[in-house]
Structure formats: C-alpha cells, structure tokens
Design a binder for this molecule. Sequence first.
Ligand code: GLY
Length: 422
Amino acid sequence: MDVMLIGGGGREHAITKYILKNPEINKLYVLPGNGGISKIAECVNIDAENIPEIINFAREKNINFAVVAPDDPLAMGLVDELENIGVKCFGPDKKAAQIESSKIFSKNLMHKYNIPTADYEIFDKNNIDGALSYVAKSDYPIVIKADGLAKGKGVTVAENFKQARDAVISCMKNKIFGSSGENILIEKFLTGPEVTVMSFTDGNIIIPLISSMDHKRINDGNKGANTGGMGVIAPNFYYSDEIADECIKKIFIPTLNALKSENIKFKGCLYFGLILTSEGPKVLEYNSRFGDPETQAVLPLLKTDLFKIMQAVRDEKLNEIKIEFENKYSCCVVLASGGYPGQFMKGFEIEFNQDELNKIPNIEIFHAGTKFEDGKFYTSGGRVLAINSVGNTPEDARSKVYEAVKFVNFENKYFRSDIGAC
Ligand code: GLY
C-alpha cells in the first residue's frame, strides 16, 4: 500500500516511525517532512497547506491512504478533497475539524451539550466596542482567544485591563491574525493542573490514549512566553483513575455524542486539553489532531500497531481493535533554537555523539526543525529535536532523557531542565 503523511514536525517524525512498523506499507511519502524523516521515508517538497499540489501528487502516485497531521490542512478541507478522489484518510473532514479551527464553534458545542468548560462571551467583528467595555469591567486574569487558527499564538492570558485591551485591538482592529482573529472569545481564567488526553475516534466510539502533561512555557518553572510545547511527561501524575472515569463520563463521551447530534462524524485523533479545577475537570481546548510534542511521548508507549488503528478509524471499525499501552513512563524534552518562540538563528550543524547515545537504553530522537544536507543535519526551525526516553518510573525516564540531551549539540541549543519535575 502506498501511503502519504502530511506534515513536517517532530509529531510527524514519530508518526512516520510508528506507522512504518506496519508491513503492509510499501512506500511512505511525507510532505514536506524534515531532515530526520528523510532518513526513513521519502520526503516530497510540497507544503502541507498547498492543497492543489497535494491532490495532484496523490493522483500521480496512486496514493491509497493519507494521514493528515497538522491543523491547517485539516481546517482547509484536505481530507474532504482526498476522500473525493478515492484516497482513504486518517483525519477529520473540514466540518469536524471546526472543533479546533473555530473556538466559537467548540465553545457553543460545549455550552449546548453541558460539557464542562470556562464561562465565556463571544464578540463578533462588528462588536469591538462591546469587547472593550467587557474587558473594562472584568476581573483579572482573563483569557482572550482568536476564533480561528493562529499558528498557536491566538490565546492571550491578560493580567490587567491594558493587556486585555491591547489583545482585543490587535485581534479585532489591527487584524494581526487576519480573519482568524476578527471574532473573539473572552473567557474566565481557570486554575489547576493541565492534562492532555488524546483519543482515537471513528465517529462511533472513542478510545482515550495514555494521558500526558505538556510544558508550554519557554522557561523552567512554567515561566515566560507560550510555545508549541517544550516537553512532556506521560502518563500525567495528576490524572488519577477516578479523574479519568469522570472525564470519560462528563467530557469524552458527551463530546462524541454532541458531535453525533450535530451530524458530524469525527474520524481521527481528538485531543482534549483539560484543566483539573476545584470544580472538576473542564475542557480548555479541543484539537482535531495529535499534539506536538505529546505524540513523541505517547507513541513510544503504544503497543498496538498504529497504522492498523488508523485504518480502523477510517473504516469505522475501531470497535474491532484492542489498543494497549506499556505500563511505563515517557519523558520527552524538546531542544530548541535559542530565542524561540521569538526570533532565532538557524543553519547550525547538529552533532550527535552516537557512541554515547547508544549507551543509553530506550532513547528515541525525533526531528522537527532540521534539514539534511551533504551528509549532515542542520537546524532549520524553532523546535529542532525532541528526545524521548521510556522508563520504569518517571525518574528513570527523566534521568535517561537528560543524559541523552548532553550528547546532542548545536549552537544556541536551549531546553527546559524541569520537564516531568514540575
Ligand atoms: N502541544 C500542544 C499542541 O499540540 O497543541
């Protein structure tokens, strides 16, 4: 079978590695891929958002199955277009992808079906004055969210009126996120530990994966700017069996039922960004895809064949698959270019001390912003690599991953030193 994977980050390197374990895959193309992916699959220089070229490529190569991993092509309807030309897809269609691509859609869904989330108000593009007078009389902190996709930058936690007013004006008036930020949500700030639970759903049943904890801020102690994610520990320490049961009953199954009631069949990975408040677990956000870097930590714990699961999701046969995980811990540390998530330099050679790395058991290195040229790897993005380790205890996983971090080097290498410890 000839398969195509869309995307080029660390998440896609992990998916590439794990789906290639399936012997049915004859050829795997990754569009556009990255330096690490190019060592195990054929990378094709087509951007993940270039829908017409992706469709042409799928036709030309007679692709049988596609995995669409990033949010933008999902929101643009790539799955609909591929399915229309006979390519089976893992990933939600455009209508289902709205659960991530429109925060207003997902909030209204939660409100309508009593799924616990923060209280909120919606302000459309004609109501900038309404948004400004709302923030003038709010308690702080408060959360301001652009409705649409904004490359992970559309959420502002405002500590005071000035920050809130600036965020409202940047989104609605100055349109820094284009049409994605014309309409906004303003919601109550919630406190508590955050948990990611990714799930597989074929639109009929939903199966949660092992929980995890992303570390979104750039600096140790969860300080500094928000990033795409600087590291993960899985499972999440705070996600007890009792809380998991509560989430299944009050959040996961109600979300699936809500989508069904709206005639939406979500087929793919449905990501729940949760917060454990004193009033119980609540949804902070849904994503219509695997998380990055959560995927790099969770897939190494998955015992079941990933590609078989993806096929079962597409064919609505998820009830026929038993999904099993290792009873172990994963710790994943992202190595970033110094300066990320702001400005950073790229093009530095990456040196892997393979002799030393080989001495550390159960280590995997996933490439994100890397390219391979003339026999060498170079940095080409903000998040460069994710190093993951699996261990029998969280401390075992942590200590091995931080040992491995010492043996991968490039100029301006930056990483958090407290992944899994805070
Ligand atoms: N790590 C958060 C995300 O993938 O959205």
